[in-house]
Design a protein around this ligand. Structure first.
Ligand code: 48H
Length: 257
């Protein structure tokens, strides 16, 4: 009998071998991004486009964060004029209505993910970050674990990185863990986490770009996490700030690498 063209053992071997090769190749990074929402994907694209070694870890199986849902599950998003160039960089189609650009959220998420990964960023989905490595007053690595083991006593693994970006959205999880476990002072007015304020789209969109910066040696905040850490308002379903914020942290880190 001739050997079958498709062999289960070979399919399994290819998946295991290729995944492990990629994991091994990403144990030392230029930038580890936690969270594959709009800000994390945008930062990944601009960093990877300059040849930097970038991996994004998202604890969910599907990436895109809060962008899929548009506003209240109406899957459209609104972007302001200042971020139109970024829409164009990602080849995102939009409709211009007055000063606003309206696009489909599913189209926008898939375009961000396509261009970030095409530029060379590696997405590890279903892997969460549960801690960081801190040595000599600087974050130097990320502690990662399968998100499906959430309630099991499974020790994590770690990756070394020159920079970590907290792109975890409202929860700003990387910074919360950093502050909870270490006696650290952040580059915020109080030295701690200021906490997110109620909605004010105009102020929030302006401040989210300003707030997108290094908040402790080796860690940047971007997107909603930046406003949560620096005590600024939420903005509702306008997404230009997320894109501009991701680009801003990427450019700041590129200056240092
Ligand atoms: C791995 C993690 C972990 C972890 C979380 O929420 P996101 O979409 O984040 P942003 O900041 O890029 O975009 C925010 C936007 O979606 C939003 O919520 C807005 C504009 N709100 C305004 C308003 O008024 O409500 O994505 C964060 C991602 C998600 O995919 C999470 O699964 C992931 O981070 N994540 N991944 N390890 N510890 N924590």
């Amino acid at each position: 009998m001739p050997a079958p063209m498709l062999q289960e053992r070979e399919i399994t071997r290819l998946i295991v071998e290729e995944y492990m090769n990629e994991l091994l190749a990403n144990l030392e990074l230029d930038v580890a991004i936690v969270g594959a929402g709009p800000s994390g994907l945008t930062a990944a694209y601009y960093l990877a486009s300059e040849g930097k070694k970038v991996a994004i870890f998202d604890r969910k199986l599907s990436i895109g964060g809060g962008m899929w849902a548009g506003g209240m599950l109406f899957n459209k998003i609104v972007v302001q004029d200042g971020a139109r160039e970024i829409l164009d960089n990602f080849e995102i189609k939009y409709k211009k209505i007055g000063n606003y650009y309206v696009t489909d959220s599913v189209h926008a998420v898939t375009a961000l993910a396509y261009h970030a990964t095409k530029a060379g960023a590696k997405v590890f989905n279903a892997i969460g970050s549960e801690d960081v490595i801190v040595k000599d007053g600087r974050v130097r690595g990320l502690v990662i674990n399968w998100s499906v083991v959430d309630n099991l006593p499974v020790d994590p693994l770690s990756v070394l990185t020159k920079y970590v970006i907290d792109a975890t959205g409202h929860e700003s999880e990387v910074i919360h863990t950093l502050v909870a476990k270490n006696n650290v002072k952040l580059a915020t007015p109080s030295g701690g986490i200021e906490g997110e304020q109620s909605m004010d789209a105009e102020t929030a969109e302006r401040l989210v770009v300003e707030n997108s910066r290094e908040v402790y040696p080796g860690v940047y905040v971007t997107g909603m996490a930046a406003n949560a850490v620096f005590g600024s308002p939420r903005m509702g379903p306008i997404f230009g700030g997320m894109l501009l914020s991701g680009k801003k942290v990427a450019m700041d880190i590129l200056d240092k690498l």
